[in-house]
Design a binder for this molecule. Structure first.
Ligand code: NDP
Length: 270
């Protein structure tokens, strides 16, 4: 059996096994794809054990994407710029890293949700491994400006300084966000996983597209956005499927169909 998995902490919520099973079925491929909970201080050991057991590839989720970047032997230029890895291919014992989060988000925004990113003012909440992965692909769509606001301000300042050569990026603390509306707000904090919403001024959401990377019909961020006059509110289910499709292509060389998979998952989680 071709062995694949997603490794994270927490991991019980992950839909990745269902998504990859549907992709594999589309092309008649037989795979096993499991969820692996790694202890917070045990990511490397967990990876080594899975590779020894014959793994051909795996995805990495919260909070290990930056650690995964440090672990790989080689990676794509995209993952290298992000310094964050969410997909690893194992070949002859060597680990090859890729980051498909950015392309997944952009494909969902532009193809599934028919949104234009060019010229838009974007606020990203959070500066973790996923924000590192989505910044360059978003900047390549030529937004007017990206504001990155994080609880630990030094991280957003570092990202802003690193990415400013690709476009206009500014870093802030979460508590510095002004009540001035933007076009798109992306919640890339993991606060939703704990049922929380970062404390930010409500005025920023008025008329905006509010996109939570977390998925589900009523995440705390989505509730907040709806209560504060957002124009459109969406979760990250489309991104989840799109980033998985790019990971599938990285492993198997074939890009699967995504729209039907998003539709069938939407029916099960709503
Ligand atoms: P990380 O653990 O790398 O980063 C977490 C980020 O969230 C940090 O910026 C952290 O701030 C911030 N944060 C955590 N709790 C709070 C809080 N209570 N208030 C304010 N900020 C908080 O996680 P990732 O970047 O990998 O993932 C972020 C989210 O994106 C997760 O919810 C994940 O499920 C989702 N995701 C969804 C995908 C999809 O396909 N839909 C793909 C990838 C991720 P600080 O630096 O101060 O600790």
């Amino acid at each position: 059996m071709n062995k694949y998995a997603v490794i994270g902490n927490p991991i019980h919520h992950s839909l990745s096994p269902t998504i990859h099973a549907q992709f594999a079925k589309q092309i008649g491929l037989s795979i096993s794809y499991e969820k692996i909970l790694a202890p917070l201080d045990g990511f490397t050991v967990t990876v080594k054990n899975f590779v020894s057991a014959g793994a051909l590839g795996f995805n990495i989720t919260v909070p290990f994407k930056v650690e995964a970047y440090d672990l790989v032997d080689e990676c794509t230029s995209n993952a290298n710029i992000a310094s964050s890895v969410n997909t690893i291919k194992v070949e002859n014992g060597a680990l090859y890293g890729e980051n498909t989060d950015g392309i997944g988000l952009v494909n969902d925004l532009c193809n599934n949700l028919q949104q234009l990113i060019k010229g838009k003012d974007i606020l990203i909440l959070g500066a973790g491994g996923t924000t590192q992965g989505i910044l360059l692909p978003l900047l390549e769509c030529q937004p007017e400006r990206i504001l990155v606001a994080n609880r630990t301000k030094v991280k957003s300042l570092k990202l802003a300084s690193k990415y400013s050569k690709y476009g206009k990026v500014c870093g802030f603390g979460l508590n510095q966000i002004k009540a001035k509306p933007v076009d798109i707000i992306i919640n890339a904090t993991s606060a939703s996983l704990d049922g929380k919403m970062p404390e930010i001024p409500s005025g920023v959401a008025a008329g905006a597209l509010c996109y939570d990377l977390m998925y589900g019909r009523q995440t705390p961020f989505m509730q907040w956005a709806r209560a504060n006059s957002a124009l459109e509110v969406t979760d990250g289910l489309g991104m989840l499927v799109e980033q998985a499709a790019s990971a599938f292509a990285f492993w198997h060389g074939i890009t699967p169909e995504t729209k039907q998979v998003i539709k069938s998952l939407r029916e099960t989680i709503d």
